[in-house]
Design a protein around this ligand. Structure first.
Ligand code: ATP
Length: 517
C-alpha cells in the first residue's frame, strides 16, 4: 500500500516511497509519520497510515512546483557546501542538462533538531521571491529520507571566498558588490522580510560574478509582509530569538530587541567593512568578546579606507537602528545616494561588468569537474542505501558549534561579565532549572574557557555554586537523560538540570570538548 501523508506533501510534494511491509517499510513509515506531524499545516487533515486517499483541506499554489523527481534523475557533482542542517550539491538534470544547486535536507535530522519551521519558511519565502539578486528556487521533491530544493546554481561561490582569496577587495569591487546587495536588500525589505543572516558566506556569486543573496533559513516576515506564510511555517515566538552569526549581530539584538530591517543594514555595514579590510569589524578571540566589542561599538577603521567608505560604514553601524541609512523613514534613498555609491547606475546594476572572480587555487588532489561528477550519492536518497548517521550533511562539530553559538547569543547579557576574569570568556551559557527535591530554581549556568563551570542566581546576581573542574571524566561528567535534562556528576554530588531549549547534549559536548582539548 502506498503511504502518503497530507501536510508533508503540502510543502514538498513528490512521491513517497515508504511501503508498508516493504523492505524499509517499518522504519521509513515511522519516520515519515514523525516528520509529517511536524511539517503538517495546522487545521489540515490529520495524517494516518490508512489515509490512502488524502484530502487537502487547504492547498497553496507554489510557484516552484513540487515534482515527482528522484535523486537518480540527476547527475551529482561537487558539494558546494554544508550548512547546519543541509548539504548543497551541484546537480545536473540528466534529461535536460540543466544544472541546479540541490539543497538536500535529511528529514530525520530536521525533526531531531526541531528545524521544520525553518525549512518550511525558507521553502515558502524563496518560492515567492523574484529578484535577480535573490537565489531562485526552481522546484522541490522528496523521498523517504530527504527533502530536496533545486536552487539556482551560483557557480562563482561565496563572496567570503573572494575576500579570502584576494586578501581584501578594492573600493571599486566592494562598491559593486555592496550596491548589488543593497538593491536585493531593498527588494527583500519591500516584501516585508528581514533576512537576519547577511554575511559574506551567504552572498553567493553567479558564474559571471553577480551577487545572489542566499540562505533564507533565518528569515523573519514582518507583520505586514507581502509574503504569504502558511500557518505553522513561522512561529511567532522567534520574533526576538537571535538566529544568525555572532560577528554580524547588531547591538540591539544582543539586548533582545525585536528584529527590524535595521538588523540587515548593520550586517551590511559589517560585510562592507570585511570586503574592504579582509576581516569583520568586531573580530575577537571568542564570541563573548565579540559581543563585548559590538555592545561597546568598538570599531577601528584601517587608514586606507576612503573617507566615503568610512562614513558610510560608520552610519550603517549606528547604534540606533532607525538612523541607519536604508532603515530610516526615507527608506533606501539616503543609502543609495551616499557619496560612497557615487557613479552607481542603480537602474542598470545587473548590466554592469562585475569584478573579475579570483579562482580557487588548484590543489594536487583537484582533478576537475569530471572527478566532481563522480561524487557518490549512495548516502542520500531512498533507493540504494540508507542515510548515514542522519545528520543531513551537518557534521557533529558544526552542529555542536552552531548550537553553542546560538546558546551563547541567546543568553548574552553583559551582566555576566562581572563573574569572569579579564581574560576569561564564556563558551556556553543557558538559563536552566536546577532540579532539587523540594524546589526547582532558575539559574544561569555558565561554562568558560578557563575552564570553569558555575551557576549564578539571575536575580540576586550571586554565584550559587561552582563545579570543581576536572579533565578526568571519572571526576566530572554530564549524563544526558532527555533532550532537556542532564546531570552534572562529580564524585561528591550529582546535580540535575533542565534546559528548556533542549541543549542537554550540547552541554555534554561542550564539557567533553574542553576535557579533551
Ligand atoms: N544556490 C547555491 N549555489 C551554490 N552554492 C550554494 C547555493 N546555496 C548554498 N550554497 C553553498 O552551500 C553552503 C550550504 O548552504 P546552506 O544554505 O545549506 O547553509 P548555510 O547558509 O551555509 O548554513 P546555515 O544553514 O547553517 O546558516 C553555503 O555556504 C554555500 O556555500
Amino acid at each position: 500500500m502506498h503511504v502518503e501523508v497530507v501536510g508533508y506533501r503540502e510543502f514538498w510534494g513528490g512521491r513517497m516511497l515508504a511501503l508498508v511491509g516493504g523492505q524499509e517499510g517499518g522504519t521509513a513509515t515511522k519516520m515519515d509519520k514523525e516528520f509529517e506531524s511536524k511539517l503538517s499545516i495546522q487545521n489540515n487533515c490529520p495524517s494516518s497510515d490508512n489515509n490512502s486517499n488524502p484530502q487537502r483541506s487547504k492547498s497553496f499554489a507554489f510557484r516552484a512546483p513540487q515534482e515527482n523527481f528522484s535523486i537518480q534523475d540527476f547527475e551529482l557533482g561537487k558539494i558546494y557546501g554544508v550548512g547546519s542542517y543541509s548539504k548543497v550539491v551541484r546537480a545536473k538534470k540528466k534529461e535536460t542538462g540543466t544544472v541546479y544547486a540541490m539543497k538536500i535536507m535529511d528529514k530525520k535530522f530536521i525533526t531531531k533538531e526541531n528545524k521544520t519551521d525553518y525549512v518550511k519558511l525558507e521553502r515558502i519565502v524563496l518560492d515567492q521571491l523574484d529578484h535577480p539578486g535573490v537565489v531562485r528556487l526552481f522546484f522541490t521533491f522528496q523521498d523517504t529520507y530527504s527533502l530536496y530544493m533545486a536552487l539556482e546554481s551560483c557557480e562563482g561561490g561565496e563572496l567570503f571566498d573572494q575576500i579570502t582569496r584576494k586578501g581584501r577587495l578594492s573600493e571599486d569591487e566592494a562598491r559593486f558588490y555592496a550596491a548589488e546587495v543593497v538593491d536585493a536588500l531593498e527588494y527583500i525589505h519591500s516584501m516585508g522580510l528581514i533576512h537576519r543572516d547577511i554575511k559574506p558566506e551567504n552572498l553567493l556569486l553567479t558564474a559571471d560574478g553577480h551577487i545572489k543573496i542566499a540562505d533564507f533559513g533565518s528569515v523573519k516576515p514582518m507583520r505586514d509582509s507581502q509574503i504569504t506564510v502558511l500557518p505553522n511555517a513561522a512561529s511567532e515566538d522567534k520574533a526576538c530569538t537571535f538566529v544568525g552569526t555572532a560577528a554580524y549581530v547588531p547591538p540591539e539584538v544582543l539586548n533582545s530587541s525585536p528584529a527590524t530591517f535595521g538588523n540587515d543594514i548593520w550586517a551590511l555595514g559589517c560585510t562592507l567593512y570585511q570586503m574592504l579590510s579582509g576581516t569583520s569589524p568586531f573580530k575577537d578571540a571568542s564570541e563573548w568578546l565579540i559581543f563585548q566589542r559590538i555592545i561597546a561599538r568598538d570599531i577601528r577603521f584601517p587608514n586606507y579606507f576612503s573617507a566615503e567608505a568610512r562614513d558610510l560604514i560608520d552610519r550603517l553601524l549606528d547604534i540606533d537602528p532607525s538612523r541607519r541609512p536604508g532603515a530610516g523613514p526615507d527608506g533606501y534613498a539616503s543609502l543609495k545616494s551616499h557619496p560612497f555609491f557615487k557613479g552607481i547606475d542603480w537602474n542598470n546594476l545587473r548590466e554592469q561588468p562585475p569584478p573579475k572572480l579570483a579562482m580557487e587555487p588548484k590543489s594536487q588532489s583537484d582533478v576537475g569537474e569530471d572527478q566532481d561528477s563522480l561524487w557518490n550519492p549512495a548516502h542520500i536518497g531512498d533507493g540504494s542505501a540508507k542515510t548515514t548517521g542522519g545528520s543531513g550533511g551537518a557534521t557533529s562539530t558544526s552542529e555542536a558549534g552552531s548550537v553553542t553559538r546560538l546558546a551563547s547569543i541567546d543568553s548574552f547579557d553583559s551582566k555576566w561579565q562581572q563573574f569572569l576574569e579579564p581574560d576569561e570568556s564564556v563558551l556556553m551559557i543557558s538559563m536552566v532549572k536546577k532540579l532539587q527535591k523540594l524546589t526547582n530554581k532558575k539559574v544561569q549556568l555558565i561554562l568558560t574557557n578557563k575552564p570553569k563551570l558555575f551557576y549564578v542566581d539571575p536575580t540576586k546576581l550571586v554565584v550559587k555554586g561552582s563545579i570543581i573542574w576536572s579533565d578526568n571524566p571519572n571526576d566530572l561528567s554530564i549524563q544526558v537523560t532527555s533532550p532537556s535534562n542532564f546531570k552534572i556528576c562529580t564524585p561528591k554530588k550529582i546535580m540535575s538540570f533542565e534546559d528548556s531549549k533542549q541543549r542537554a547534549s550540547q552541554w555534554k559536548k561542550a564539557v567533553e570538548a574542553l576535557q579533551n582539548r
